[in-house]
Design a protein around this ligand. Structure first.
Ligand code: ADP
Ligand code: MG
Length: 726
């Protein structure tokens, strides 16, 4: 989970269901169709290569390699330099190098761990080889004066730089040393396939590539300084000895740029294409006089913020056009997104359409239900309810109300998963679902389709998507930002304390509650198990009850019945309970302004965005609020970094940027849904400095090279599958 961020390249190996379907990839470039590299030869299955039978093809398929071309796009993770011998005096720690020198000494150390130590020198310096597994015959090979060549990673050790278990060879004095004639690529592997075998195969594929003619769908004129795709692929698999190793390592080599740009541009074009197709559909036009929204505003005890008004206008413009809106509204916790959704809903309702509001959890859905009921009942509008747990007669009643055209329907996923029939759905509002991927957005829309008309769609998220990512991962959406909080909010003071100071905190809660305040105590996930999390919350609940006898304490967790949960929440809201022990189920939406203290146990287990959401439960009134991050020592480096970010800022956008940096786009966006983690070479975080170029180039392609769009997208995204789901 959040503590480590594996390289996106290394983590892309497991094939998802969607990609497994690609096993028919050989079909994708039929004759006359210019998919992929545009060469029929390269589009052949790997079995055309010498020595590749069914068994090997099956192993390759695990790496999503089906064709010769797929081999070419299976890019090295890194390189080894076996083209030259590095003088020992020039080796730096961390370098992976070939060194050669004479044995100065070979000895077995007896210390904590028995090891064979071989000291080599080459006149410029010396280096020590260290073997923990060895036999005596091996030791005896290393006679003083013997010339040894080895390859390994130089690490600082007891005697200066050391190579642990290097690959090595004894070299006859009079024999010339053979070296590799290009840098050695290191590829992602799968079980039963060795580096050497894969290198041979890719070498064969490169021979085919040399003969083939590759069309550059990204015209040379757009990036005059970059090599062609063909040159780039050839170089990246077998870089010449003088290739700049450090550039390659940082993905800053022009050949890498070429591929990264192509891939990002293709990604972006595919989303733009989705958006274009989306805009071609028809949607209801909401002409309304604004009467209902006027009424609603008049009954509110406060005016809209400037940002709320602006975003409402942006939405209004969309829904008065005949094509379906697909708009993402981003706004920090407490920015007042619900009200914006309500104003949009009233437009649809006044025009005679139904609105569905979907929330990710039942608690949040209930809260919306209560809000909308409170706002809409005085306007004479009915609010219906739908959730998976709603059963029997009650369910039947709600289904009928929805089918009869109840103007407002609030619920969970059940709204779209179950057999719910709307009479005339005009607008779908999805709350807090930044983890929705492209395809889910599409499928929602399909479900609401009625005849030729598609409903408008509004997505609201409190976890802002960093601008750079929004540009690429959400290019199919329009976005609005509510960048202003309602006035009168006091910033939350966040402190981080080691859990050795738990007692102190418990006393502080007692003091705050005796002054009439309320507090949350949040227990975090121990493992990926809801059961364990609930258990932890129960234990904490018992412990706190024992130690805070004068207080009324409640407990909510995911395994309680919705009604129980709702009851506890209601009692907390009414200040009958002063302390609420909870799991992260309270993450979203809960609104109790009198709660001014939140303790989060083991915050290091959570991502930044989730912490930010949780913290947003306090600081909702005009009193000073506090958030205590009660961390478990020792904190990892990443854990420390996250706690520091939480203390420093309360700006959701900054937090999202940091989250992205610390956890990578896969975690932040939800890997599988977005498909972004499956990119072949690009990495949205590492390569974000290229995104402006990507945008520009995508637009130029659209304008000047429309015929290149489809083949470019197909080359990188495998075409057919991408659009099949539209
Ligand atoms: P979020 O954006 O986190 O969903 P909510 O919609 O839950 O925020 O709003 C948070 C709180 O702010 C609610 O109590 C809501 O009534 C209040 N609120 C919303 N808009 C305004 C406003 N313009 N002025 C004052 N309070 C507002
Ligand atoms: Mg909300």
């Amino acid at each position: 989970m959040p503590t480590s961020t594996p390289s996106p390249k290394a983590s892309r190996a497991p094939a998802t269901k969607a990609s497994a379907k690609k096993s028919g990839a050989t079909k994708k470039a039929g004759p006359g169709k210019k998919a992929g590299l545009g060469s029929d030869q390269l589009a052949q299955p790997v079995t055309v290569l010498k020595g590749v039978g069914a068994a090997l093809a099956e192993k390759l398929a695990k790496l999503r390699i089906h064709t010769v071309e797929d081999l070419l796009f299976h890019l090295p993770l890194r390189y080894q330099d076996r083209t030259r011998v590095t003088p020992m005096g020039a080796v730096r720690r961390g370098d992976e190098v070939v060194v050669a020198g004479q044995v100065a000494l070979a000895d077995v150390t007896k210390g904590r761990r028995k090891a064979l130590i071989v000291r080599l020198s080459d006149g410029t310096g010396s280096i020590t080889l260290r073997f923990f597994h060895f036999n005596m015959a091996q030791k005896n090979q290393f006679q003083k004066g013997t010339l040894v060549r080895c390859y390994g990673e130089a690490r600082p050790g007891a005697s200066g730089l050391e190579l642990y278990h290097p690959e090595y060879r004894l070299v006859a004095q009079d024999h010339p040393m053979e070296m590799e004639d290009h840098l050695t690529p290191v590829y992602p592997l799968t079980e039963g396939l060795t580096q050497n075998r894969l290198r041979q195969l890719i070498h064969l594929a490169l021979e085919e590539l040399k003969k083939a003619e590759v069309i550059d769908w990204l015209p040379q004129s757009l990036f005059p300084n970059l090599p062609s795709l063909k040159e780039s692929l050839l170089l990246l698999h077998e870089p010449p000895p003088d290739a700049p190793v450090y550039d390659l390592k940082d993905y800053k080599h022009p050949s890498q740029h070429r591929l990264i740009l192509e891939e990002l541009i293709a990604q972006q074009l595919s989303l733009l294409k989705l958006r274009q197709q989306h805009k071609h559909h028809q949607a209801p036009v909401f002409h309304s006089t604004g009467m209902l929204s006027q009424q609603m505003l008049a009954q509110l005890p406060f005016p809209l913020t400037g940002a709320q008004s602006r975003v409402i206008h942006e939405i209004e413009r969309d829904i008065q056009q005949g094509s379906p809106m697909l708009r993402l509204v981003q706004g920090d916790v407490g920015a007042g997104k619900t009200l914006v959704a309500a104003m949009a809903a009233l437009q649809a309702i006044e025009a005679g359409y139904q609105v569905a509001v979907m929330a990710p959890t039942e608690i949040l859905a209930e809260q919306h239900f209560n809000n909308f009921t409170q706002w809409f009942t005085p306007l004479g509008l009915e609010v219906a309810w739908m959730a998976g747990k709603l059963k029997g007669k009650a369910r039947q009643t709600q289904l009928e109300r929805i089918a009869d055209g109840a103007p407002m329907v609030v619920g969970t996923h059940a709204l779209f998963q179950e057999t719910v029939e709307f009479k005339q759905l005009g607008l779908i509002v999805v709350d807090e679902q930044h983890r929705f991927g492209v395809h889910q957005r599409l499928s929602l829309r399909e479900k609401g389709q009625q005849g030729d008309l598609y409903p408008h769609q509004l997505i609201m998220t409190a976890t802002p998507i960093p601008r750079t990512l929004a540009m690429s991962a959400y290019a199919d959406l329009d976005t609005s930002v509510i960048d202003e909080l309602p006035p009168g909010r006091t910033p939350i003071e966040t402190v981080a304390l080691a859990d050795t100071r738990r007692d102190e905190i418990i006393q502080r809660i007692a003091a705050a509650c005796h002054q009439g305040k309320q507090a949350y105590w949040v227990c975090t996930l121990i493992e990926d198990s809801e059961a364990l999390q609930c258990q932890a919350a129960e234990t904490t609940f018992d412990d706190l009850k024992e130690r805070l006898q004068g207080l009324n304490i409640g407990l909510v967790h995911g395994r309680m019945k919705p009604q129980e949960k709702a009851e506890i929440m209601a009692r907390f809201k009414a200040n009958e309970l002063q302390l609420l022990v909870a799991t992260t189920v309270i993450e979203v939406g809960v609104d109790v302004p009198n709660a001014t203290l939140m303790v989060i146990e083991n915050p290091e287990r959570l991502g930044l965005s989730q912490l930010h959401q949780l913290r947003g439960r306090v600081g909702r009134g005009d009193q000073q609020s506090y958030c205590v991050l009660l961390y478990h020592t020792p904190l990892s480096k990443n854990g420390k970094a996250r706690v520091a970010v939480m203390r420093e800022t309360q700006d959701g956008f900054k937090i999202a940027e940091k989250d992205l940096e610390l956890r990578g786009p896969g975690e932040v966006l939800g890997t599988r849904q977005t498909g972004l983690a499956q990119m072949k070479i690009a990495d949205l975080v590492r390569d974000q400095y290229l995104l402006n170029d990507v945008n520009k180039a995508a637009n130029q392609l659209i304008e000047h090279y429309p015929e290149n769009l489809t083949p470019l997208v197909e080359r990188w995204l495998g075409g057919a599958e991408q659009y099949a789901q539209v």
